[in-house]
Design a binder for this molecule. Sequence first.
Ligand code: CUA
Length: 172
Amino acid sequence: MQSIAVQITVVLLALLTLCFVWVLRRTATPTPLENLAPGAYKLRNRLFALALLCGALIAGFTLLPWPHDAQATQVTRHIDAKARQWAWELSDQTARVGEVIEFRVTSEDVNHGFTLYDDKQQMVAQIQAMPGFVNKVRYQFTTPGVYKVLCLEYCGVAHHGMVADIQVLPAP
Ligand code: CUA
C-alpha cells in the first residue's frame, strides 16, 4: 500500500513540476499589472489587509474556549491510542459519562493527528500522534453516544480512512 502511495505521489509531483515549468516559460517577459489595470496594486494591498483582519478575528473568536483540557484534572483511567498508516488501535473503545479519560497517544510510523469528535461531530479534543513520543490529552465525557477518533494530520492516501469509534455509555 505504501509503495503505491509513493508512486502516485511521485507522478503527481512530476505533473506539478511540469505546470510550474510551463508557467515559468510563459512569464519570461512579465507585463506590469499596473499597465493592465491602474490601481490594481492599491486594491491588492487593501484586500490583503482585509484578509489579515478577518483571519485575526476568526482565529481569536474560535480559539477563545481553548484549551479544552483545562478543567479535566482528575483522571479516572487511561486509554492507549496507537496510530499507524492507516488505522487507530485503541486499548479500549468504551467509556462512561463522567469519566475523565487520559488518552496516551503515539504512532508507529509517521505523524498523525489524534482528534476526538462527539456524536454531534463537534471536535472536543486533539493532540499529535508522533513516533517515539507518548502525548497525553484528557477529556471528560459529558454526553453518551458514539464518539469518533479521526486523523487530523495528512498522512498519505488513506488518511481519510483513519476512523475509530468510542462508545460512551450513560453514567452508572
Ligand atoms: Cu493519519 Cu492522517
